[in-house]
Design a protein around this ligand. Structure first.
Ligand code: NAX
Length: 327
């Protein structure tokens, strides 16, 4: 029998994981491959996590061969092949950005070191917890023995949001949209690029043919969708974030569809003038478990300015966590 894939998930008693764990366990990630879940929480949340595990047990999912929980990353991450780092410290009222970065820095330095010490050699690490790109950079820098390209951050939710908004605008099913790209940071500065996106076989920006809509409605709507969900639901997006986390990891492991790409935040190799040393969102394809940044796309003047602005924010965050001694 096949050895189970060991999957670590952090923040396992939280909102996103209440959806994510059941998607993974039911086969949305790896189909019917056997899996073992390794769930990490902080000590006060372990009781709640036990309740979530009771519910997982009650689903009697055939592919789940074992579930372990704990509050010590060096135990929970032991031998893991995939790690989804969802748990993070949310920004609270009155919190400065530097407070947020240091609170999360403490989490992601420790988890980076633990992965470095005990994860399987083939580990892939996906960071969903915010600020996701910079948290991923902190984890990567604290895991010197793991290749840098095994650390990704999530911009797939933004990617999916952009597809959905565009499809609604031009009145086509989402399956008619391809080659969407989110560039930059998972933040309000992110840039969803309609100049390389296709609607059928036509450039989306030409189909829309309305630069005012692109700048004044589309981009802000995608970038501020998280806030709109909070406004409507009273809670931040969870099921859609879980879905995006599953899709990113599934595509990273099993490959992207032919003739399309997805948005992944990956360590920059200098492509498209994005400086090395930050984790930024790019159009990527995946074959045999290795992603490649799509090369040769045209970047017009408008796109250039938007990408540069988001990248500048990532460079600022990198500088801030460097100053705090986190990387
Ligand atoms: P919740 O607050 O519901 O859950 C987070 C859980 O993480 C809590 O149970 C907490 O105890 C746990 N946790 C905190 N520190 C931990 C640590 N050191 N080790 C293990 N677990 C720890 O938040 P939820 O709504 O699930 O969101 C989780 C994270 O995803 C947040 O940082 C949120 O900002 C981020 N998001 C990222 C998105 C993205 O597209 N990249 C979109 C959705 C979401 O906003």
């Amino acid at each position: 029998t096949e050895a189970p894939v060991k999957i670590a998930i952090t923040g396992a008693a939280g909102q996103i994981c209440y959806s994510l764990l059941f998607r993974i366990a039911s086969g949305s990630l790896l189909g019917d491959r056997p899996i073992e879940l390794r769930l990490l929480e902080i000590t006060p949340a372990l009781k709640a996590l036990e309740g979530v595990v009771m519910e997982l047990d009650d689903c009697a999912f055939p592919n789940v061969v074992n579930i372990e929980i704990g509050d010590d990353p060096s135990k929970v991450f032991d031998g893991v092949n995939l790690a989804m780092l969802v748990g993070a410290m949310p920004r609270k009222a009155g919190m400065e950005r530097s407070d947020l970065l240091s609170a999360n820095g403490a989490i992601f330095t420790g988890q980076g070191r633990a992965l470095n010490d005990v994860a399987a050699d083939d580990v892939k690490v996906l960071i969903t917890g915010n600020p996701a790109n910079t948290n991923a950079l902190i984890a990567l820098k604290n895991a010197p023995d793991i290749p840098a390209n095994r650390f990704n951050a999530l911009t797939r939710l933004d990617h999916n949001r952009a597809i959905s908004q565009l499809a609604a605008k031009v009145g086509v099913p989402v399956t008619d949209i391809s080659h969407m790209t989110i560039w930059g940071n998972h933040s309000a500065t992110q840039y969803p690029d309609l100049f390389n996106t296709l609607v059928g076989d036509r450039v989306a920006a030409d189909v829309v043919n309305d630069q005012a809509w692109i700048e004044g409605e589309f981009i802000p709507k995608v970038a501020k969708r998280g806030a709109a969900i909070i406004e409507a639901r009273g809670l931040s997006s969870a099921a859609s974030a879980a879905n995006a986390t599953v899709e990113h990891m599934r595509d990273w492991v099993l490959g992207t569809p032919a003739n399309d790409w997805v948005s992944m935040s990956v360590p920059s190799d200098g492509s498209y003038g994005v400086p090395e040393g930050i984790i930024s969102s790019f159009p990527c394809t995946v074959t045999d478990g290795e992603y490649t940044i799509v090369q040769g796309l045209e970047i017009n003047e408008f796109s250039r300015a938007r990408i540069d602005a988001s990248v500048a924010e990532l460079v600022d965050e990198r500088d801030a966590v460097t100053e705090l001694g986190l990387i």
